[in-house]
Each structure stands twice: as structure tokens, then as C-alpha cells.
Design a protein around this ligand. Sequence first.
Ligand code: XMP
Length: 429
Amino acid sequence: MKQDRILVIDLGSTKNTDIAREIRSLGVYTEIHPHDLTKEELDNLDNVKGIILNGGENRVVDGVEIDASEALYNYGVPILSVDHKGSDKWPEDREEFIGLLERFVFDECKAEKNWNIDNFIKEQVKVIQDTVGDKKVLLALSGGVDSSVVAALLIEAIGKNLVCVHVNNGLMRKGESEEVVSVFGERLGENLIYVQAKDRFLSKLAGVAEPEQKRKIIGNEFVYIFEEEARKLNGIDFLAQGTIYPDIIESGTKTVKAVKSHHNVGGLPEDLQFELIEPLKMLFKDEVRACGLALGLPESMVYRQPFPGPGLGVRCLGAITEDRLEAVRESDAILREEFKKAGLEGKVWQYFTVVPDFKTVGVKNHQRSFEWPVIIRAVNTVDAMTATIERLPYELLEKITDRITNEVAGVNRVLYDLTNKPTGTIEWE
Ligand code: XMP
């Protein structure tokens, strides 16, 4: 069954995403599109029931006030114009705002409430089966939320024609690679290729202290390894990626400049030609999580906090050494355990530890010690562009400090980072 669709047209609003999310939470499927959609592009979209012209402060592009295309005005479905060419803004009052959306979507557009995760999974399984047929699909399975949900969805759709490569770069959190194996080992059998590449990564990183260079080495090494594994396999036609809707929105529309460019597995050589499949590309993060749960993934995997591609590598500051990397990993595990016990898991957006590359003097077991400090970072954010620190209770900070200084080898001090973003970024490198 095809879902009814409402189009949110970006005419310079900063609230496209919020509007789209509200409509989806009413149970109706919606997508954000640029203002200059052509008739052909519109004709390729099924079941369009209504169009919202969503104007806003970025309405002037290159000195010209943008307007929706003729094709949009002439499409013949109800149109709601907000903050565009003199029309009213969205009501400030939440109840009025939701009321307006409901009247438009249900009374005027007569859209059906048929957007939900079970329907999404059913539809995607069919789309994937029709696209892939009996060919094979390759997926880089990091164990993060997005790639894990793609894996679960593809297993549902094509079973043993999915091949996953998990590269353990030695920069994963404690227990992370093990979880990938325990969750997917049985489902994938020999189609889960586990590459233990810790030594390879660490030797490439040895002595490298500059953050951007570290990131580049980690990113490139991953591509080399993934490429080597892909070459060993025969008859793979498709590459799956865990791209999600915010990645696409953030990559920039015509009125909003790109925030970040996203390359999940960027940089594969041109002679390795795959067709891309990105089954989550229209889902918001909370919908991705709901999809993962519906496909039977454990909560620990689905509600995992964000984790940077270069992993613990950018939390072991400066030139990475194995002993300091271990201090990052162990202190991070303690921090996560204590946050969980304190009921903060899932409440604080991101929390982790950092180990700098200097030592300080302390006293341990009645003797002088000369060891590293551990820095705790805990922040809340909506979009990771700005962030504020979490006001952690002192009792919790003291408990964590006590455990880290007693249990983690080579550490005699714990600090708490009080810096918002800006001026600090969330990560330290
Ligand atoms: P910053 O440090 O820029 O981080 O404030 C914002 C968010 O992005 C995450 N982050 C990354 N994620 N690859 C990623 O996939 C990366 O290279 C990367 N660097 C930072 C960071 O953890 C935070 O959630």
C-alpha cells in the first residue's frame, strides 16, 4: 500500500524539518523538497495529497526573492502558504499550530493516517527485493545505529544475499565489536566478515599528533581495508549505506547552504562500481530507532549515543599510544555504567571521556604518582551545531572520579569540562 504524501516546500524557512516531523507524528508521510520542483519531478512522486509553501527568513537567494515553481502551483492539490508572499506565519501557540496542520492535512487534503514503521518496513522490504533481485549487497557494518538498522532491514529483505564487513579499527568503545558479533553473527553466519585491524590502524597513527591528519588516516585506512575486502568478494552489485534524512537535509537544499557534507563510505575507487542503496534515507533518527526495535535489535544498540567516525582516536589526544587508548576506553566504560545506574542513559545526549597527552603529579598508595588526567564531557544538543553542558550532580561526579582514579591504570586525576559549544566543539579534536 502506497502512503499518502504531503510536500513541505523549502522557501527559505529554518523550520522545514520541524514541520515535516510534526506531520509525520500525525501519521502522515511527508518530504521536504526544493522550491523549483519541475513537473517531471512532481510526476515521479506518488500520492501527493497536499503542498505546504513554507517561507521564511532565507527567502532571498542571490538578490532575488524565490517563489514556488509553476508546476507546484498548477499541480492541483490543496496548497497551504505560510510566511510566503504576505501570508501569515505559523501560529506561535502550539495547539493552534497543530490544529492548523491537522485541518490542512486531514480536512483539506483528505490524507490518510497510514504512515507508521510497520508499513515502512513492509514497503522497503518489497522495494529492496524488487531492486536487488537475487544479486548481492555489501554493507560496512560499524555497529552504530544506522548501519545496524540497515543490516537488520536487508536481512529481512534478502537474507543470505547480504554480506557485511565489520572493521575493528581498535578505536571502538569497550564491548562494541563484540556486540556486533553477538547480534549479527548468527543472523549473517559466514556473511559477516570480521576484520581485526587494530595493529594496522595503530601503526599508521603512530607518532601522528595533528587532529585533522589523524582523522584523515583513520578515514583512508578504513576505505583501503573495505576496498580490499570488497575485491575479495565476487559478484557484488550493490553497496548499502546508512544515510538518514538529516544527512540529506544537512547536505543542503537550494536555499540552505550545506552544514556538513556526508560521506559514509566516501572515496571508494572508481573501478569498484556499485549501485547504491540507502533504505533509511527518508527517516528521521527517532524513526530509524523505531525501525531497529521493530526488526528485533536490542535497545543497547538502538539507543546508542552518537559516536564519531574516528572513534576513540579523537579522544586520545595527540599521538595515540596503546596505554592511553586503553585509559580512554576503560574510563568511558565506567562513565557509561555510572550514567546508566543514575538513570541518565538516553537523557543526556552525549557523554564520554578524553585523555590528554600530558601527566600531572599526584599521590597514590602513599607514593608520588605521575599520571594522566581524564576529562569528562557531557552535553545536550538538538542538532550538534550548538551544545550546552549537562549540570551533573556533584555526588555522581565524585563517584565517577573515585572509580576512574582507582580502576583505570595510569590515571590519577579527573576533570569536568564546563565548556558549551561554542566556544568548544563537542569532541576535543
Ligand atoms: P563536534 O565535535 O564537531 O561534534 O562538535 C558534533 C557531533 O558530531 C560527532 N562527530 C563526528 N561524527 N564523524 C562522525 O560521524 C566524525 O568525524 C565526527 N566528528 C565529530 C560528535 O561526536 C558530535 O556528536
